[in-house]
Design a binder for this molecule. Sequence first.
Ligand code: PLP
Length: 386
Amino acid sequence: MTENYPLPRFNFHQKYLNALSQTSQRRHLYQSHGLSFSSNDYLGLATGTEISNAAQKAIDANIPIGSGGSRLLSGNHEQHEALETEAAAFFKAQSSLYFANGYAANMAVLSTLPQKGDMIFYDDLIHASSHDGMRLARCEAQSFAHNDTQDLHAKIKIWRAKNPDNNMWILFETYYSMDGDRAPIDAISDLAHQYDAIMVIDEAHACGVYGPDGRGLAAHLDGRDNAIILRTCGKAMGCEGALLCLPNIAKDFLINRARHFIFSTAPSPLIAHSVRTALRIMQIQPQRREALMQLCDYAAKILSPLGAITHGGPIIPIIIGEAKRTMDIAAALQDAGFDIRAIRPPTVAQGSSRLRICISLNIDREDIDNLALTLKKLLSKDCYES
Ligand SMILES: Cc1ncc(COP(=O)(O)O)c(C=O)c1O
């Protein structure tokens, strides 16, 4: 589908869209259909009845849908505060601050906390929201090679020697959203300790899936003065929003300075209530995580002979390479009833377009078997070969 819009004022935009079409990078919105192999609803909470039943009761109890204003004006609701109190206790953090989404939370942290003269070191594969936050940051930023603690060490050593008094920030994800691999968390934490750095840790895809009570892969770092941890609520928690778990002073500073927090309508109190329900489910239903892990292990066994890269979790990429071929295979999978999406540049590096397969409790072993059969046929077809 390559729509053309004959509007002279938008010539630049039309040319841009056409160029995207030519390289198979033009995006379109379409609704999910078929078996769910692309959703981050890892524990099946978004589609299940438990959170919606609790939300129904909350509506009956007059918990509002809209907050009506910024948290600093009329929008601060008891549901937000209850959620933050419960989240801080659950994650064993000093405090917690709830945002409308993880994108805003990452932007808020990076545009607000690092100051002039500081330095941000970030993993090469960090999420777009962190990149956008760094663009607004008051200090410089430098990348280190993905998961490469030697590279990180070399860079922070040089910088710290020249800047003994400024703050150094290290950004990484614990479970990478497009590759499904894990960060060397303890090695980075040791370096942060040695060189007196503050870590900004994105647990978007690990929260709910890994760690004690699903608290994530960096749960043991909660409560430390040098750790700011992001838990998004729209993935395994099946809701919406994001919880920053952070030192008290960082929360206070964000409430006073973060424009994404101050100049934005507070998230829905009803959804805050739903996130509270999700936290309780994570705590009392370990069987969901166990079932998910068993399904991930099964998927790894069945899909790795087809080229899937598996690190033992729910995100399983199959690197195809060229964008057009990846799009064609994804479209054929969709036609065959599997909701699988092609991930192309700029989300991933040029030449590494991929099918991103997500395992969740919304599918079962038979679905994985059927996917493998279809995928095998498609991958062996001449027309999809580069
Ligand atoms: C690693 C990572 N961080 C942050 C975000 C942003 O979170 P949200 O979807 O709540 O805006 C995402 C979303 O895809 C993500 O994958």
